[in-house]
Design a protein. Structure first.
Length: 167
């Protein structure tokens, strides 16, 4: 029987798999079921926040996880949708990474700020490259990503308060 991974290593592995899996799931899902744009957009909000968690464990190596997710998405999804989605992820995730890296605030606030900055960029780049641009789709995409980011950020704030209260 194998020895268990140390706690930090296990957390690193879980966050990497969760992040890359989420990126690939959204991209492939959109390739197979593009009519569920609102659903995939909602999940992207979560992916943007999960990227922050992955960066917490991986540091700037998270950029390689972004690239891995983009490559797997290209291989497994419809090429045109995968290219638009992967490009949008790379651009918005880079903005997300930059905001998260330069904002020296509590984790939950960093997550919220990075989602605020990256959600409109992700939506605009994807809709443009996929030749699906419309203001209603842009509004739905941004709103659903902000909703997911807000819910995750609020959950992180509550968790931080509980942990601070138990000390």
């Amino acid at each position: 029987m194998h020895a268990p991974l140390p706690r930090l290593r296990r957390a690193q592995l879980i966050t990497a798999l969760t992040y890359v899996g989420a990126v690939v799931s959204v991209n492939v899902g959109f390739s197979l079921l593009p009519q569920l744009d609102w659903f995939w957009s909602l999940l992207v909000g979560g992916v943007l926040a999960v990227r922050d968690l992955a960066q917490r464990h991986w540091g700037h190596w998270v950029l390689l996880l972004m690239l891995l997710g983009a490559c797997l998405s290209w291989r497994l999804g419809a090429p045109a949708i995968a290219l638009a989605s992967a490009s949008a992820f790379l651009v918005s995730e880079s903005v997300d990474w930059l905001v998260y890296s330069t904002t020296h605030r509590p984790f939950a606030e960093r997550v919220w700020r990075s989602v605020l900055a990256s959600a409109p960029i992700d939506t605009a780049v994807f809709l443009h490259l996929a030749d699906l641009w419309s203001w209603p789709l842009f509004g739905i995409g941004v709103a659903s990503k902000l909703l997911a980011g807000a819910l995750i950020s609020l959950g992180l704030r509550r968790q931080a308060r509980r942990e601070a209260g138990s000390r």
